[in-house]
Design a protein around this ligand. Structure first.
Ligand code: HEC
Length: 231
């Protein structure tokens, strides 16, 4: 398991004075997720792949449990909403004390979720929610992104070449930021700003424009920097 964001910030890099401050956007990468490298275990329930999509499609609909409606003060759009707002909703380790499971299993039309005329959830889906809570209700993700042995030569140079160097390379790099060679990259990176930009975080200009990198490449870059930017 990796606890990426908790190991940060790294401070050993030269600071670029200029920022890339801009309008807020939605980060592609949720720092509370614990990413697991493949192969994924068939015995583990991965919240991000196995549970969240079901909650979003069956519960977090408009007029139900999305942010705007928040029926009964329950919002089911993210792990932090699920775990943060009401401690009885999910009790890690105790599925049968968790309201989330209680309402899925309820036999009366009045209590059951989703409410009629919607169909009750499939038993296999409910069993997976139960198993997820039994396994500790963790925020795991196994999305096939392999972050083992990320080096400059194997991953980072090709990534920068494809996504950054047309602007941040050559004789006159934009924003005076050269990402064309390993020496230039290690010498120039302000770690915080770079990660915030590629992750399109609020207050930063997404890099590459207009929407930043995908979650897997954000993680590869982060792990590479965290490991000391190996060649
Ligand atoms: C289409 C051109 C373009 C591409 C592609 C691009 N950038 Fe940028 N980048 C810019 C411009 C222009 C700025 C200055 C923006 C500003 O400050 O408003 C900038 C600013 C930055 C900054 C802030 C540095 C500073 O001094 O302001 C970082 C960090 C950065 N880019 C990283 C990247 C990375 C990493 C990639 C690839 C994943 C990338 N950029 C791809 C054009 C680009």
């Amino acid at each position: 398991m990796r606890t990426l964001r908790l190991l940060l910030p790294l401070t050993s890099f030269a600071i670029l004075a200029q920022g890339c401050v801009h309008d807020p956007l939605t980060p592609v990468y949720d720092p509370t997720v614990v990413f697991i490298d493949p192969p994924c275990s068939p015995d583990t329930v991965y919240f991000q792949q196995d549970i969240l999509p079901i909650l979003k499609s069956t519960c977090a609909r408009p007029d139900c449990h999305d942010v705007a409606s928040a029926e009964e003060d329950v919002i089911l759009v993210s792990y932090s909403h699920l775990m943060g707002d009401d401690e009885d909703l999910v009790v890690p380790g105790n599925p049968y004390e968790s309201e989330l499971v209680e309402v899925m299993l309820a036999s009366s039309d009045y209590d059951v979720m989703p409410p009629p005329p919607n169909a009750q959830l499939d038993q296999t889906v409910i069993d997976m929610v139960i198993l997820w809570i039994e396994q500790g209700a963790l925020n795991l993700s196994c999305d096939g992104c392999d972050t083992t042995d990320v080096t400059y030569v194997s991953h980072i140079a090709p990534l920068l070449a494809a996504r950054c160097n047309t602007c941040h390379g050559g004789a006159e790099p934009q924003a005076d930021l050269d990402l064309g060679t390993l020496a230039a990259v290690t010498g120039a990176i302000s770690y915080q700003d770079l990660m915030a930009c590629v992750n399109s975080e609020a207050g930063f200009e997404p890099m590459p424009p207009p929407s930043g990198l995908d979650a897997c490449n954000v993680r590869k870059l982060e792990i590479w920097i965290e490991n000391g930017m190996p060649e």
